[in-house]
Design a protein around this ligand. Structure first.
Ligand SMILES: Nc1nc2c([nH]c(=O)n2[C@H]2C[C@H](O)[C@@H](COP(=O)(O)OP(=O)(O)OP(=O)(O)O)O2)c(=O)[nH]1
Length: 138
């Protein structure tokens, strides 16, 4: 069997909140919430893909912090890996693939309608959640 395509999802944590992104496309996923990220390209590590995707999609510089243990099947042939990440520069904006962003406290995590296939990954993120210092805080 061929290797699954790895999709990296970023659990961006800032000031004790998790960044959720609402997909704007394709139609079957639009309106549902996910972890920003995307497919790892040939020659890239997942961490490099995460940095690239967050720059493209959100316009920020981010840094992967730690892999969240686990892997989650998406559509056939695709698997989701997740890293916690922190913002290094910039303010996230829904530039590409998303039409809304929301910062969620640990208590608010289930306030948004995550993609079905993301729910288990978000549970793992919540379990691994270590509040990171606020971006720019002294
Ligand atoms: N980024 C991301 N994609 C997810 C999640 N859950 C989930 O099922 N997916 C799916 C949606 C897409 O089919 C695939 C990721 O592809 P993408 O379209 O976001 O990635 P990409 O930017 O590399 O894609 P492309 O536009 O270059 O084709 O995984 C998630 O939490 N984050």
């Amino acid at each position: 069997m061929t290797q699954p395509i790895v999709v990296v999802g970023a659990a961006v944590l800032d000031g004790g909140r998790l960044l959720a992104a609402r997909r704007s496309a394709p139609p079957e996923l639009a309106g549902r919430w996910e972890l920003p990220g995307g497919k790892v390209e040939r020659g890239e590590t997942p961490e490099q893909a995460l940095v690239r995707e967050l720059r493209e999609e959100l316009g920020v510089t981010a840094e992967p912090v730690a892999r969240v243990p686990g892997e989650w099947p998406l559509k056939p042939g695709y698997v989701l890996y997740v890293w916690t990440a922190r913002l290094v520069a910039g303010t996230p904006e829904p530039l590409q693939d998303h039409d809304e962003l929301r910062w969620l406290t640990r208590e608010q995590v289930w306030d948004v309608d995550w993609l079905d296939q993301d729910v288990a990954a978000v549970e793992a993120v919540r379990a691994a959640w270590q509040p990171l210092p606020h971006h720019g805080a002294s």
